[in-house]
Ligand binder design. Structure first.
Ligand SMILES: Cc1cc2nc3c(=O)[nH]c(=O)nc-3n(C[C@H](O)[C@H](O)[C@H](O)COP(=O)(O)OP(=O)(O)OC[C@H]3O[C@@H](n4cnc5c(N)ncnc54)[C@H](O)[C@@H]3O)c2cc1C
Length: 425
């Protein structure tokens, strides 16, 4: 049995399944990451909360310096794509690291420069601007922002919102998706993506949330022709390539969050403090007796089982991306994308319930984790869209299934005939 510290976070069964797919570098980095999170990051969380109103930039400064020194920096950035800056980790190896980051609370990912939306993206801070106000943007063919060529320049006009990270002062570039060829017969070739410097004249907006999901107007913004990404009409290709791994990173962090919630629940329902603290005479069936309640034990078991199942989904999606790139893993990514955040919400919800009122205030991380995860059922494509696509993909198997059934029926009839039996059904 392996003694890698990851076993304490996941399970020996899931580690046994993937251990041989981990390089010695990945194993060592994972162990180093766990140590850093346990010894440096998790103990600093309360301080980071207190620094929000005073000096938010300080929150991760020291941690980031330490992470860099330890080589725990940009772990999502694959060497295969970025030979100069990347790290030699596969999607599968990084997926497990993302789970530990998700477990370790709200400053963990940022401390090692692996937080969304930049994972799956690039080294400098950036924002991906696709969603538009008053436009059903979960179908990106609907978007209206216009991208047109004028001589050696590209002119952009549009109204975007919910653009994560755009309010961050370090955000230097927006990847703006818009319509460059609205009349193209193929509706998936009508869009392009352009790099727009965050300080280009004509870009303005306001912060929509403390961490910056912004509303942005592009008003006759001009950028050089060379800022076009990949080529005209290749916008969809770009979002598919970028969102695939990014979605899996979200999923893996969600599993870590669910695991953290279950661990809190385990401690809560076995904690004798609630009764001792208030010096209430022990009553049968209260407080620490929670652990003896069938419903509580069942909730714990269900949470354990659901986390294990969801992890398998994400690991298989990560493996599929490693083998066939994001395009060859659309089904697996789609399934994980709508199953995992809902699973994590359910697990966190059970943990909240076990804490009573304490579970919905800021004294534990549960309420914050729940609220953050709820947005994942909308961001990066709503659940309904992924469900629809996975369902449609399944329906494509019908001709094959019908043909197979016909073949088996033929053989069945032949066997019956040979046996001298005939069915009238
Ligand atoms: C926290 C957060 C961060 C975000 N960050 C970014 C970002 O960085 N960049 C960016 O561009 N966008 C971002 N978004 C926006 C997000 O991608 C969109 O909200 C999402 O794609 C849905 O688009 P919409 O809001 O226009 O909803 P709509 O497209 O109007 O959809 C509304 C609802 O209709 C239902 N629906 C839609 N299509 C179907 C279908 N085919 N079948 C069945 N039901 C359907 C779904 O339930 C959906 O939730 C973010 C959103 C959140 C909440």
């Amino acid at each position: 049995m392996s003694t890698h510290p990851i076993v304490e976070y996941t399970s020996s069964a899931s580690w046994a399944m993937i251990e041989d797919k981990f390089s010695p570098y990945a194993k060592e980095t994972l162990a180093k990451l766990i140590k850093f999170l346990e010894e440096e990051v998790r103990p600093a969380e309360k301080l980071a909360h207190l620094q929000i109103p005073e000096d938010p930039a300080q929150r991760w400064k020291t941690l980031k310096e330490k992470a860099k020194k330890l080589g725990l920096w940009n772990l999502f950035l694959s060497k295969a794509h970025y030979p100069e800056f990347g790290v030699p980790l596969s999607n599968l190896e990084y997926a497990v690291m993302a789970e530990v980051l998700g477990y370790s609370g709200f400053i963990a990912s940022e401390s090692v420069n692996c937080s969304a939306p930049d994972t799956g993206n690039m080294e400098i801070r950036s924002a991906f601007a696709m969603t538009e106000k008053n436009v059903a943007s979960s179908d990106a063919t609907n978007i209206r922002t216009s991208i047109r060529r004028e001589g050696d320049e590209i002119v952009i006009n549009g109204h975007k919102w919910w653009i994560s990270g755009a309010g961050d002062p370090r955000c230097k570039v927006h990847l703006v998706m818009g319509k460059s060829d609205a009349n193209n017969k193929d509706k998936y070739n009508q869009q392009s993506v352009v790099l727009v410097p965050a300080d280009a004249p004509g870009v303005f907006g306001y912060d929509d949330a403390p961490e910056g999901h912004c509303e942005i107007i592009y008003d006759n913004v001009r950028v050089p022709l060379s800022n076009l990404v990949l080529g005209w009409g290749r916008g969809f290709e770009i979002i598919q390539g970028r969102l695939g791994p990014g979605r899996i990173h979200h999923c893996m962090r969600s599993i870590g969050a669910a695991q953290a919630a279950l661990d809190l629940m385990l401690q809560r329902v076995t904690d004798p403090r609630p009764k001792d603290l208030w010096k209430i005479p022990r009553l049968r069936g209260t407080n620490s007796d929670l652990v003896h309640k069938g419903t509580v034990v069942a909730d714990i078991a269900k949470s354990r089982a659901e986390i294990e199942g969801a992890r398998l989904l994400v690991l298989s999606a990560a493996l599929q991306i490693d083998k066939y790139k994001a395009k060859g893993a659309l089904k697996e990514i789609g399934i994980a994308k709508f199953v995992v955040p809902s699973m994590a919400l359910t697990v966190i919800d059970r943990a909240i319930q076990s804490f009573g009122a304490e579970g919905v205030c800021q004294d534990t991380s549960l309420a914050q984790r729940w609220a953050g995860l709820r947005t994942l059922r909308i961001a990066d494509g709503p659940d309904a869209v992924h469900i629809q696509q996975v369902g449609q993909r399944e329906l494509k198997r019908v001709p094959y299934l019908t043909e197979k059934t016909r073949e088996i029926q033929k053989k069945e009839n032949a066997i019956l005939e040979k046996a001298g039996l005939k069915t009238r059904l």
